[in-house]
Design a protein around this ligand. Structure first.
Ligand code: 4UU
Length: 546
């Protein structure tokens, strides 16, 4: 029998994201309420300003770019307030947003642009040269918009967001005309890239309904604990990733709980912002908790305003939660989710953060889970198996990839997460293992197939496989590679080092082989040529410990 959520079901309106966030009757907070503070520029933005700017950008998309429903806007930027204007302006005209990791190089960027067929890319000024390189080297064809004022001559002749904003007033009729044809349960709002259970990154098709549903599902647990008047959230998680996009940006605008955004994580800045803004809640990933539990500078700050933190994106140990609590008297609860589930599917209740530590919490409202055994039968309560999930937040499929979609979604709507876990008799879930090949470094996806594809093109490597090795000290997996030298090549330590550096020039920093490249005689493979990752792990344990 599938497990139903134990939380009361919620109503999910048949609204598109714009309507749900900006045209909602009965919103508790006023237009002049400050929603977003940019920690870098110190600029503060009210709900009303964000709405006005987003509408002006929406108008620009129509008048200047002739935007049609379904057209894709790519955003390539570290966290900044302007991202909100771009995202919601694009959604207001039925467009689709695809966010790109700002640490991607020209090749990684090109892959996503070509796959989404984005017409326009909004770029942070410092990243404009990478976009130019992509255009030059890979013949990308799209228009560019700068997120900020031009900062160097590299940026001359590229329009800036502020210069293209269309000041014309947008009437209610015009707004509804733009969105008239959006079908929230069918039409895409976001294309966010994830490698899923196998292969290269794929566009995860998230509909308007997926996101609206997830905002409400999260709110059913977080809502009663947070008030728009008294609370403040700190956001360093990247907004290009689904954890930041939904939990930080969308949830804040919906609930009115102000969000202070940071361009990237920095421990000292984190502590100092908590103190100056009296931050009460933060979304984190386990490596941040390692720093909070150990780093000497932390005790220079008064972090006592923080009432709770939510950790997710990677496994969290009991020890780490206890260390943070003992050292700083700060509480950490867990959440779990995936890009394909918009993302949040499980949350611990605030009151149950330590009851018990280690659980990812309970299934959110309107969701059903099955725990599947390798023989295709459902596991009984308490027994671990692959977690399959169904609910209004489950994605529509992988963009232009029917095979991957069919492999991951069942005909009755269950999504096969590739994670292993169980539910206990209290309805609490525990994640115990990962079936899929994905490596997660500091919570960020490192798709093994992508690294293997690049490494195999090295002339001195005849076969290769990559794996994440868990580093307890840093609370993260570390990407490692295992390779067989080409005939006649001596696989020694020097060459291994060279290969690590060679790869580093070709991938974003989080994908580097921090765990090294190790020579082996053969990569364990099935008769069909598939890498046997379990056997590879055994081999890796032998090599790395000896
Ligand atoms: C063990 O990382 C995410 C989404 C994270 C998230 C975290 C807390 C969302 C809501 C929330 O409250 O998405 P992806 O697609 O980058 O990675 C998904 C994978 C999962 O399949 C799982 O392997 O990240 C891993 N993961 C976790 N693993 C996510 N959360 C956890 C967790 N424990 N709490």
């Amino acid at each position: 029998m599938p497990f139903q959520s134990l939380l009361p079901p919620i109503d999910i309106p048949d609204a598109d994201i714009w309507e749900f966030l900006f045209e909602r009757p009965g919103r508790a907070f006023p237009d002049h309420h400050i929603i977003l503070t940019d920690s870098l520029t110190k600029a503060q933005h009210t709900f009303g300003e964000i709405r006005t700017d987003a509408l002006q950008f929406a108008k620009t998309l129509k008048s200047r770019y002739g935007w049609n429903k379904g057209d894709v806007l790519a955003i390539y930027s570290p966290n900044c307030a302007a991202m909100s204007v771009l995202i919601w302006g694009c959604l207001a005209v039925g467009g689709v947003v695809s966010t790109i990791n700002p640490s991607y190089n020209a090749e990684e960027l090109t892959f996503q642009i070509q796959d989404t067929r984005a017409r326009l890319i909004a770029v942070y000024p410092e990243l404009v040269n990478t976009v130019r390189e992509a255009i030059r080297e890979f013949k990308l064809d799209m228009e560019i918009l700068l997120l900020d004022q031009a900062t160097s001559k590299e940026c001359a002749n590229i329009p800036t967001l502020s210069s293209v904003l269309d000041n014309a007033v947008v009437s209610k009729e015009e707004r509804s005309t733009w969105r008239k044809s959006i079908v929230p349960s069918q039409d895409l709002a976001f294309l966010i890239y994830s490698s899923g259970t196998t292969g290269r990154p794929k566009g995860v098709m998230l509909t308007h309904r997926n996101i609206v549903a997830n905002i409400l599902q999260i709110s059913s647990v977080e809502g009663p604990n947070l008030s728009w008047e008294a609370d403040k959230v700190l956001g360093f998680l990247p907004l290009y990733h689904i954890y930041g996009l939904t939990c930080l940006l969308h949830r804040s605008l919906y609930s009115g709980v102000p969000l202070v955004i940071m361009p990237k994580f920095d421990l000292e800045a984190f502590c100092s912002l908590v103190m100056t803004h009296k931050v009460t809640y933060a979304y984190v990933a386990p490596p941040v908790l390692v720093m909070l539990s150990k780093h000497p500078i932390v005790t220079n700050f008064d972090l006592s305003s923080l009432r709770m933190m939510n950790s997710g994106a990677a496994p969290l140990t009991r020890e780490l939660v206890e260390n943070v609590y003992t050292r700083l008297n700060l509480r950490v609860k867990q959440g779990y989710g995936l890009t394909e589930t918009s993302p949040t599917t499980h949350l611990q209740l605030w009151s149950d953060w330590n009851n018990p530590i280690g659980s990812v919490g309970q299934l959110l409202p309107n969701m059903t889970a099955k725990i599947m055994l390798p023989d295709g039968k459902e596991a009984p309560l308490g027994e671990a198996g692959e977690i399959w999930l169904r609910g209004p937040n489950i994605f529509k499929g992988y963009f232009r990839n029917d095979i991957a979609t069919k492999d991951s979604l069942t005909s009755d709507g269950y999504f096969k997460t590739g994670d292993v876990g169980y539910q206990n008799s209290m309805g609490l879930f525990f994640i115990t293992d990962r079936l899929k090949e994905l490596i997660k470094y500091n919570g960020f996806q490192v798709p093994p197939a992508e690294l293997e594809g690049i490494l195999i093109s090295h002339p001195k490597v005849s076969d290769v496989a990559t794996l994440g090795i868990y580093d307890k000290e840093r609370a993260t997996e570390i990407p490692c590679a295992f390779g067989v030298p080409t005939d006649g090549v001596v696989g020694d330590a020097l060459l291994a080092k060279e290969i690590v550096q060679w790869l580093a020039k070709r991938v974003a920093p989080h994908k580097r082989l921090r765990g090294g490249f190790h020579w082996v005689e053969a990569i364990p493979k099935s008769a069909a040529g598939k890498i046997l990752r379990k056997d590879l792990r055994l081999l890796a344990n032998e090599i790395i410990t000896t």
